[in-house]
Design a protein around this ligand. Structure first.
Ligand SMILES: *Cc1c(COP(=O)(O)O)cnc(C)c1O
Length: 440
C-alpha cells in the first residue's frame, strides 16, 4: 500500500472517530469516496490528532459567572424585567418553524404599535441600534447620493460617518449638544443641499434632547427627501407617531425603554422608503442588512419566507415580551410615566444646586438627563460611589461632554418613583462624599 493510501485510510478512521461517528458505520461507498479524495490530495496529516491540546481549558470557565445585580440608570442598557429574561431562557425553536414565525408576526405587530405605523415593512434587525443605523444607510442611499445629517450629539456624527463609509456624501447641520433644530434651519438645509435623505435624532442620549418632530416630515416631502429618525433612546418614552409625522424610516433598540437584552433593533420603512429600496439601480451594499431580504424573512411580502440568516431566536422571544409589556402598560401611560419620573429626577437634581444641560424643559429627553458637573467635583468618583455603595449605574458624558456631565437614564422597567429616589440618594450621597456642598 502506498504511503498516501495508508495515510488516507488512517485519516478516514480518524474522521469517523473525531466526528463522533463511531456508531454510524460509513457505507463502503462513502468510505471509498473519502479515501479517494484524500488519496488524490496526497493527504499528509498536518496535525497529529492523537496528541493532547497544547492550550489548556481556561480555569475561569470552571467557576460560575460572577453576577452582581445592578440597577442600570445610565443611557442603556436598562434593566430587563423578569418576564423578558424568562422569555430569553425558553427552549429554542427553528428560525423558520411556524411557531417561531408566529412569534415574529407578533413582534412585527408590537413594533407597529410602538411606532404607531401601519407600514408593511416593519421588523427587527438582528443587531443592536447601530445595526439599524447601518441598515437605514445601506438601504436608502446609493453611491454618491447626498444625505443631510442633523448633528446635535454623537448620533448625528456616527450616522454621517456611516453615510461616508457607504460612498455617499454627508452634509451636516450642526448644533451644540443640548439644542434642537428648528423647522427654518431644516428647510434651509434641505434647500441648500438637495439631499435624497435627511437624518435626525429623536431622543439624543448624548445631549439629552427630545427633538420635536412635527412638520419635519412635511418639509422632507416638499423637498422630495426621505426622513430617517433615530428613536433608539426615546421610543416608548416620548410621544412618537411614525405615520402621522410622515417618517420614512424609523428605528429603535431593544435595550432602552423596551427593557429587552441588547441585540435586536426594531425598524420600519414607509411606502416611499420601500419604493426607493425596491427600485435601486444598484444592489444594497450589505447582504446582511438588505431590507428586501429581511422583509421576506419577516413575512412582509407575498413570497414564502426564505432563509436569509438565522434569526436570533432567544433575543426575539425577549423582544416580544418587551413589546408585550409596553402594550400592557399602554403607550400613553408609558409616555406619561417617563415624563413624571424624569421631572421627579430633574427636581431632585436642581434641589441639590446642580443644573441640567438642557435648559428648555419642553425639549428635554425624559429618557436621558445630562447633569452639569460642578467645579471641583470629579464626576467619576461620584459614579463610582453610587456603583460601589448602591450598585446603581450613573454614566458620564460622551464626545465633547466627556467629563463635563453625568447622564442618568430613566427607561422602561426602571421608570418608577422608587428607582428615581434610589438614584437620587446614591447620587447625592456620592456628591457629598466627593466634597460637594449642596445649598441648605
Ligand atoms: C443607544 C443608542 C444607539 C445605539 O444603540 P446600540 O444598541 O448601542 O447599538 C443609537 N442611537 C441612540 C440615540 C442611542 O441612544
Amino acid at each position: 500500500m502506498s504511503r498516501a493510501l495508508s495515510n488516507a485510510l488512517w485519516a478516514t478512521s480518524r474522521l469517523e472517530r473525531c466526528a463522533g461517528l463511531q456508531s454510524i458505520k460509513l457505507t463502503r461507498q462513502s468510505r471509498f469516496r473519502l479515501l479517494l479524495s484524500s488519496a488524490t490530495q496526497r493527504f499528509v496529516p498536518a496535525v497529529n490528532m492523537s496528541s493532547a491540546p497544547t492550550i489548556s481549558a481556561p480555569e475561569c470557565l470552571f467557576h460560575p459567572m460572577d453576577f452582581p445585580q445592578k440597577i442600570l440608570m445610565g443611557p442603556g442598557p436598562s434593566n430587563a424585567p423578569p418576564r423578558v429574561l424568562g422569555a430569553s431562557a425558553l427552549p429554542l425553536l427553528g428560525h423558520l418553524h411556524p411557531e417561531f414565525t408566529q412569534i415574529m408576526d407578533e413582534v412585527k405587530q408590537g413594533i407597529q404599535y410602538a411606532f404607531q405605523t401601519q407600514n408593511e415593512w416593519t421588523f427587527a434587525i438582528s443587531g443592536t441600534g447601530h445595526a439599524a443605523m447601518e441598515a437605514a444607510v445601506a438601504n436608502l442611499l446609493e453611491t454618491g447620493e447626498v444625505a443631510l445629517v442633523c448633528e446635535n450629539g454623537i448620533w448625528g456624527q456616527r450616522f454621517a460617518d456611516m453615510v461616508e463609509r457607504n460612498g455617499c456624501v454627508a452634509q451636516k447641520l450642526t448644533l451644540p449638544m443640548g439644542q434642537v433644530f428648528s423647522l427654518q434651519q431644516i428647510e434651509e438645509g434641505l434647500k441648500t443641499h438637495k439631499p435624497v435623505m435627511m437624518f435626525i435624532t429623536h431622543g439624543e442620549s448624548s445631549g439629552g434632547t427630545a427633538q420635536p418632530l412635527e412638520g419635519i416630515g412635511a418639509l422632507c416631502r416638499k423637498y422630495n427627501c426621505l426622513l430617517v429618525v433615530d428613536s433608539v433612546a426615546a421610543m416608548g418614552g416620548v410621544p412618537l407617531f411614525m405615520d402621522k409625522q410622515e417618517i420614512d424610516c424609523l428605528y429603535s433598540g431593544s435595550q432602552k425603554v423596551l427593557g429587552a437584552p441588547p441585540g435586536t433593533a426594531p425598524i420600519s420603512f414607509s411606502q416611499r422608503a420601500r419604493k426607493k429600496v425596491e427600485t435601486r439601480s444598484s444592489k444594497v451594499r450589505s447582504y446582511y442588512f438588505d431590507a428586501n431580504e429581511l422583509a421576506n424573512y419577516w413575512g412582509c411580502d407575498a413570497g414564502p419566507r426564505r432563509y436569509h440568516h438565522t434569526g436570533p431566536i432567544s433575543s426575539i422571544y425577549a423582544l416580544r415580551e418587551g413589546l408585550a409589556r409596553l402594550a400592557e402598560v399602554g403607550l400613553a401611560e408609558s409616555w406619561a410615566n417617563h415624563k413624571e419620573c424624569s421631572e421627579q429626577l430633574h427636581q431632585g437634581v436642581e434641589q441639590l444646586g446642580l443644573s441640567l444641560l438642557v435648559k428648555d424643559k419642553a425639549v428635554r429627553n425624559p429618557c436621558v438627563t445630562p447633569i452639569m458637573v460642578p467645579q471641583g467635583v470629579a464626576w467619576k468618583d461620584v459614579a463610582d460611589y453610587a456603583m460601589k455603595n448602591y450598585r446603581v449605574e450613573i454614566s458620564g458624558g460622551l464626545g465633547e461632554l466627556a467629563g463635563k456631565v453625568w447622564r442618568i437614564g430613566v427607561m422602561g422597567y426602571n421608570c418608577t418613583p422608587d428607582k428615581i429616589r434610589l438614584v437620587l440618594r446614591a447620587f447625592s450621597e456620592g456628591l457629598v462624599n466627593c466634597g460637594y456642598k449642596p445649598p441648605k
